[in-house]
Design a binder for this molecule. Structure first.
Ligand SMILES: O=C(O)CCC(=O)C(=O)O
Ligand SMILES: [Fe+2]
Length: 305
């Protein structure tokens, strides 16, 4: 038995909004670049926009101060994990590359809320209750599930372990984890840098979550395809913005055209989960897609490509 594997608390969330045809029509008329305001509840039009396009952006959900506080936590975690020579957490590999000065730089952190009380508390803040209502009822934070609370730092330098990410849906990963055809899961991201279309960043095929299982399986070759799609849109973000995307949408992360620190793009993905409790622990097996990704990534870092 492992300590502290009791099921995390179910968090309060308001009821999901009732969506009418008028709401759907209104949502369809809004530009795809709409930045919504997060209130005490998700509005029917916001829900309709997510259902229609597969994603939603809420502007300035974290304050400037909160953004800075999270970054301090992550820097502290980097110092600690580099000093420990840590390579993985609970079977999930850390992506360790080099920063613009050639120093070791963690570019994908997993399970951060297990190591930072500050982050553990932040993702339970009442302001996220409406976001949780989008995910479902009886939502918990998956501190120990999947990859936990993930923090990404995309950087475009020689030796970067994570400059970009090829086309994929997140649903297929859930398929490998659960061995079941995935229903809708939502991915909730917090953003820490100003990233406009010209800076690279998140690209999504709007509406692709509605195209069925076959499209999810085979519309593009997973992760190796980085080519722009004529139907893709760029999700532009400001520090403190929150995004929600349906796990079945096709998306990718475009490499920044800038180099060095100017290319830095930081995001945090919050695992709000409703499915059967499946915690990871020390000694958990590395999922096969993480084992697969590890080899080319570590080679790239070594060769400084
Ligand atoms: O960096 C992002 O915003 C998205 C990352 C992503 O798609 C993933 O980790 O599955
Ligand atoms: Fe993804």
């Amino acid at each position: 038995m492992h300590a502290a594997t009791s099921i995390p608390e179910v968090l309060p969330s308001p009821p999901s909004p009732v969506v009418t045809d008028a709401d759907r029509q209104q949502a369809r008329r809004l530009p795809l670049s709409t930045r919504f305001v997060l209130g005490d509840v998700v509005t029917p039009v916001q829900r309709a926009f997510l259902d229609e396009h597969g994603f939603l952006v809420f502007g300035s959900v974290l304050t400037t101060n909160e953004v800075a506080e999270v970054l301090v936590e992550i820097d502290a975690l980097q110092t600690r994990w580099i000093a420990e020579g840590r390579r993985e957490v609970h079977g999930i590999p850390l992506f360790v590359g080099r920063d613009p000065d050639g120093k070791p730089y963690i570019q994908r952190f997993a399970f951060t809320s297990l190591f930072s009380p500050h982050l553990h508390a932040l993702v339970r803040d009442p302001r996220f209750a409406p976001i949780r209502s989008l995910v479902g009822r009886d939502v918990r934070v998956g501190d120990r599930e999947k990859d936990g609370l993930v923090f990404n730092r995309n950087l475009n330098v020689p030796g970067s372990a994570y400059p970009r990410l090829g086309w994929h849906t997140d649903g297929l990963r859930d398929l490998f984890l659960n061995r079941a055809v995935p229903g809708p899961t939502l991915n909730v991201g917090l953003h820490f840098d100003r990233v406009a279309k010209a800076d690279g960043g998140l690209r999504i095929l709007p509406g692709s979550h509605r195209q069925g299982f076959l499209s999810m399986l085979a519309r593009k070759p997973y992760f190796v395809d980085h080519r722009p799609d004529r139907d893709e849109i760029a999700v532009e973000t400001e520090p403190g913005d929150l995004t929600v995307h349906d796990g079945r949408t096709w998306h990718r992360v475009e490499r920044s055209p800038h180099v060095g620190w100017r290319s830095l793009r930081r995001t945090m993905y919050v695992p709000y989960v409703v499915d059967a409790y499946a915690p990871k622990h020390e000694g958990s097996k590395t999922p096969f897609y993480h084992r697969l990704g590890r080899i080319p990534r570590e080679l790239r870092v070594k060769l400084g490509r």
